[in-house]
Design a protein. Structure first.
Length: 204
């Protein structure tokens, strides 16, 4: 009888111990599941935020470069108005908007953008100088008739043609440098990082 009772109590103790262990295991599994779900949620949020950030940068870079290229159209219209006295739609300079977008979203491009803006500003100044010279020469020739006025204008344009061409060429070359830097940056923005793809081969 004593042996039976002892065996019974021993078995009961093992069952209780096993029950306790099972509860501990279930509790641990439940905690692990909760932690895993939380981690997955955080990772998903992080991936979503990264995609949103990349989408915003892509859109702003496209906008900035469209504005940058638009500055060439603006300079061309100014040239037509100020030097060749033809109607043009110069309007307001797009360069401040370009620099604002660059400083806010792409600090890595500020150097190239500033060099381009400086070249455009110098080109603008050159147009102003030639325009002023044309006005001065035309005022002197005004007393000699319309033909003399036209000749005076043509003479100034011919005399300053090389300087105008250099100014225009320099601004365009600076734009091409900015365009190359922006293209490299865009390549990095649109590539899919490994954190999103789940692999280690994603481009950065």
């Amino acid at each position: 009888m004593a042996s039976f009772v002892g065996s019974y109590l021993s078995k009961r103790g093992e069952v209780k111990a096993a029950d306790v262990d099972r509860k501990k295991i279930l509790a641990q599994v439940s905690e692990n599941t909760r932690v895993t779900a939380h981690i997955n949620s955080v990772v998903s949020l992080g991936e979503w935020s990264e995609r949103e950030r990349r989408t915003l940068r892509r859109m702003k870079l496209e906008e900035m470069m469209l504005v940058a290229h638009g500055a060439q159209d603006w300079l061309s219209a100014l040239k037509q108005e100020m030097i060749y006295l033809r109607s043009g739609e110069g309007g307001v300079s797009p360069l401040p908007k370009m620099m604002t977008l660059c400083k806010l979203y792409f600090p890595e491009l500020v150097g190239a953008a500033l060099a381009y803006k400086t070249a455009c500003d110098e080109c603008h100044v050159r147009y102003l100088q030639v325009s002023g010279e044309i006005d001065f020469e035309k005022s002197k020739a005004l007393a000699h008739g319309e033909l003399a006025v036209a000749k005076a204008q043509t003479a100034v344009v011919d005399r300053r043609g090389d300087a105008l061409l250099r100014a225009s060429t320099d601004s365009y070359e600076r734009l091409m440098l900015l365009d190359r830097e922006a293209t490299k940056l865009m390549s990095g923005i649109v590539s899919v990082p490994s954190a999103v793809t789940g692999s280690d081969t994603g481009s950065q």
